[in-house]
Design a binder for this molecule. Structure first.
Ligand code: TPP
Length: 627
C-alpha cells in the first residue's frame, strides 16, 4: 500500500494547471504521482467512484499533460471514468470532495465543467470516432494542434472503436491514440483482441528492437536505397517472427509499444516523438489497474467502481443487503437448473448484472461478449432462432446502444428473447450518461415488445418466471439499482397484461411504476392525513397496459396520476393520458416524471427530491392537482 514517506514536498498543492507540471523533473513528477495516489484514495474512499482505473493512469495522465498543451491540444478520454487525475491537474482539485455529488463535479468529462474536458463521455468506445472528427475539423479549418484519444483495452473491444480504427487507419489525418492496456475491462478482458494484446504485452522486446532498427535505418544516407529496402525486409521478417500479425500497423497506424505506463520518462520520450509524426499513430501503454493500492491491485474488478470504503481494510462502508441484481442472478440460476435451454448473455458486466454465479454454474450457457451490446442482442436473436432461451442482462443505459438490434433482429421477428434491464430509472452518482430513464420510451416504439416493471424483489422473481416459462416473443423486465421493499400483493401471479389494485380509494388514482410505488405508498399516507383517499395501482405491465383496470379506477376517481422515474415523453404515462382522452369518461391525468433533458449526477434520493418524485413531492403535486 502507498505510504506517505515524508519526502514529498507538497508538489500537488502547487499544481493548478497542466502548465505547472511542465517544469518538474522526472523525480519530482514521480513524487507528485505518489501524492496524487494518496489524494485519490483519501477523496474517493469518501465519495465512492472509479478508484482502480484512476490509480492505474496517474503516470500516463502526467506524461500526457507534460507533452501536450491542453486545452489547445485536445485529449478525448474513452468512457471517461479514468479522468480523476486529469481533473486534479486541470484546476478541479479543490472541488474534488464534491465528486459525483449533486451540484458537485462529475465523475466523467464534462465540457460544461472545464475547457480541458473536450468531449463528454460515459459510454464506452467513442473516443477514436470523436477524436478523428475533431482532427478532421482541425484540418478543414487549417489549424494546427494535437488531438489524442485515450482508450482502454476493454473499450477497444467495443464495435464502435473498431469501426473508428478502420476509418482512421486509412486516413492521412494526424491523430494520436493511446491504448491504455491493463488486461482488464471491469473484470478480466475477454475475446480474441484481448488475447492478441496480452501476447504483445509480454513482448516489449519487439518495441525495443523496432526502435533501434528504425534509428539505424534513419541514419543510413539516402544513397543506401537498396540497403534500406533490404533492412526493411529484415525488419518485417523480425516483426513477423515475434508478432505473427501486427494488427495496428496493418490497419494503417504507426505503432509504438508496448511501453511501461508507470515510467513517466519513457512515456514522455515516446509521446514527444509520436506527436510529431504524420498520419495516425497508436502508442500502446501497459499499466496496472489499481496501481499502488494493494486491495485494488489484487481485485481491480471490485474496486473498478466502488461505494465509499475504508482505506485501511478496503471494506465498503454500509455494504447494503441483497439488491435487485442479486435477486435476478439467483432467480435465473434457479430457472436454468430446471430449463437447460436458458442462456445468459452479458456485455462486460457479469458482476454488475448479478451473473457471477450463473457463470460458475453454467459456463457453457454463459456468454460475456465484451463491451459489445449490439452483438450481444443479435447473438441472442440467433440463439432464439436456434431454439435456445436467451436472457440478455444489460443496464438500461447501455441497451440504448442496441436499439436497432432489439428492433430489427429480435422484435420484428418476434423472437423470444428476455431482456433483463438492470439500473432502470434514476441511477444517481454516475449522472446523465448513465441514467436509465429513456428505456420505456424507446421500448414503446418497438413492435411486439412487452415491458414489465417489478415493484419489489419478489415481483421481479415472479416476472422472470412468467417471462421465461410462459411468454412468447420479446419481453423486457426493467428493474432499478439497489435494494427494494416488499409489499402485500407482490405474490399474486403474473398474468399477461394485468395490473393490480393495491389499495382502494375514491379521490385520486395513483399509478406507481415499478419501485416508484414505494414513494407512492409513502405519499398516500401523507395525503390520507389531508383527507385525500388514494387508490393505488401497480400496473406491472407497462405494455400492453391493463386498460380495463385503469379505466375502471379512473371512472371512479376522475383523476389519475402516473408516477415514473423516466422521461415523461412517449412512455407509459403518455399512453395512459391517451387512453383517458380516447375513453371520454371525463377523467384527466397527470404525469410526475422527469423532464426531457439530461438528469445530473447526485444521490438518487436527492435527484428524486429535486424532480418531485419523493413522497413529499408527489404529495405536493397531487394536492395542487386537486386544488
Ligand atoms: C457501452 C458501455 N458498456 C458498458 C460500460 C460499462 N463500463 C464502464 S468502464 C468499463 C470497462 C472499461 O475497461 P477499459 O476501457 O479497459 O478501462 P479500465 O477501467 O480497465 O481502465 C465498462 C464495461 C460502458 N461504460 N459503456
Amino acid at each position: 500500500m502507498i505510504k506517505n514517506n515524508g519526502i514529498s514536498k507538497g508538489y500537488l498543492s502547487r499544481i493548478n494547471t497542466p502548465e505547472d507540471i511542465k517544469g518538474l523533473t522526472y523525480d519530482e513528477m514521480g513524487l507528485l504521482a505518489e501524492e496524487i495516489r494518496l489524494f485519490l484514495l483519501d477523496s474517493v474512499s469518501k465519495t465512492g467512484g472509479h478508484i482502480a482505473s484512476n490509480l492505474g493512469v496517474v503516470e500516463l495522465t502526467l506524461a500526457l499533460h507534460k507533452v501536450l498543451n491542453a486545452p489547445t491540444d485536445k485529449i478525448v478520454w474513452d468512457v471517461g471514468h479514468q479522468t480523476y487525475v486529469h481533473k486534479i491537474l486541470t484546476g478541479r482539485k479543490d472541488r474534488f470532495d464534491s465528486l459525483r455529488q449533486l451540484d458537485g463535479i462529475s465523475g466523467f468529462p464534462k465540457t460544461q465543467e472545464s475547457e480541458y474536458d473536450v468531449f463528454n463521455t460515459g459510454h464506452s468506445s467513442t473516443s477514436v470516432s470523436a477524436a478523428l472528427g475533431m482532427a478532421r475539423a482541425r484540418d478543414l479549418s487549417g489549424e494546427d494542434y494535437t488531438v489524442a484519444a485515450v482508450i482502454g483495452d476493454g473499450a477497444l473491444s467495443g464495435g464502435m472503436a473498431l469501426e473508428a480504427l478502420n476509418d482512421a487507419g486509412m486516413s492521412q489525418t494526424n491523430l494520436l491514440i493511446i491504448l491504455n492496456d491493463n488486461g482488464m475491462s471491469i473484470a478480466p478482458n475477454v475475446g480474441g483482441l484481448s488475447r492478441y494484446l496480452s501476447k504483445i504485452r509480454v513482448r516489449p522486446f519487439y518495441y525495443k528492437t523496432r526502435e533501434s532498427m528504425q534509428a539505424f535505418v534513419d541514419s543510413i544516407p539516402k544513397s543506401g536505397k537498396r540497403l534500406r529496402k533490404f533492412l526493411h525486409r529484415i525488419k518485417s521478417a523480425i516483426k513477423s517472427m515475434f508478432i505473427p500479425s501486427m494488427f495496428f500497423e496493418d490497419l494503417g497506424f504507426r505503432y509504438f509499444g508496448p511501453i511501461d505506463g508507470h515510467d513517466i520518462e519513457e512515456m514522455v520520450r515516446v509521446l514527444e516523438h509520436a506527436k510529431t509524426m504524420k498520419g495516425p499513430v497508436l502508442v500502446h501503454v501497459s499499466t496496472i489497474k489499481g496501481k499502488g493500492y494493494k486491495f485494488a491491485e489484487e481485485k481491480p474488478d471490485i474496486y473498478h467502481g466502488i461505494a465509499p470504503f475504508e482505506i485501511e481494510t478496503g471494506h465498503v462502508v454500509n455494504a447494503g443487503s441483497e439488491n435487485y441484481s442479486g435477486v435476478f442472478g439467483e432467480k435465473i440460476c434457479e430457472l436454468a437448473r430446471k430449463d437447460e435451454k436458458i442462456i445468459a448473455i452479458t456485455a462486460a458486466m457479469t458482476d454488475g448484472t448479478g451473473l457471477s454465479n450463473f457463470r460458475e454454474l453454467y459456463p457453457k450457457r454463459f456468454f460475456d461478449v465484451g463491451i459489445a451490446e449490439q452483438h450481444a442482442v443479435t447473438l441472442a436473436a440467433g440463439l432464439a432462432m436456434g431454439g435456445a432461451k436467451p436472457v440478455v442482462a444489460m443496464y438500461s443505459t447501455f441497451l440504448q446502444r442496441a436499439y436497432d438490434q432489439v428492433l430489427h433482429d429480435v422484435a420484428l421477428q418476434n423472437l423470444h428473447v428476455i431482456f433483463a434491464i438492470d439500473r432502470a430509472g434514476v441511477v444517481g452518482d454516475d449522472g446523465e450518461t448513465h441514467q436509465g430513464i429513456y428505456d420505456v420510451s424507446f421500448l414503446y416504439t418497438i413492435p411486439n415488445m412487452t415491458i414489465l416493471s417489478p415493484a419489489s424483489p419478489n415481483e421481479l422473481k415472479n416476472m422472470l418466471d412468467y417471462a421465461v416459462l410462459k411468454h412468447q416473443g420479446p419481453i423486457a423486465i426493467r428493474y432499478p439499482k439497489g435494494v427494494g421493499r416488499e409489499f402485500t400483493g407482490s405474490d399474486t401471479p403474473i398474468e399477461f397484461s394485468k395490473g393490480i389494485v393495491l389499495k382502494e380509494g375514491t379521490s385520486v388514482t395513483l399509478i406507481g411504476v415499478g419501485h416508484m410505488l414505494k414513494n407512492v405508498f409513502d405519499a398516500a399516507l401523507l395525503l390520507e392525513k389531508e383527507g385525500i383517499s388514494c387508490e393505488i395501482i401497480n400496473p406491472r405491465f407497462l405494455r400492453p397496459v391493463d386498460d380495463e383496470l385503469i379505466l375502471s379506477s379512473a371512472k371512479k376517481t376522475k383523476k389519475v396520476v402516473v408516477i415514473e422515474d423516466v422521461i415523461k415523453d412517449g412512455g407509459f404515462g403518455s399512453y395512459v393520458t391517451g387512453l383517458l382522452n380516447d375513453a371520454h369518461i371525463g377523467a384527466y391525468s397527470k404525469i410526475i416524471g422527469l423532464p426531457d433533458k439530461g438528469i445530473e449526477h447526485g444521490k438518487r434520493e436527492l435527484i428524486y427530491k429535486k424532480y418531485g418524485l419523493d413522497a413529499e413531492g408527489i404529495k405536493a403535486s397531487v394536492m395542487k392537482e386537486l386544488g
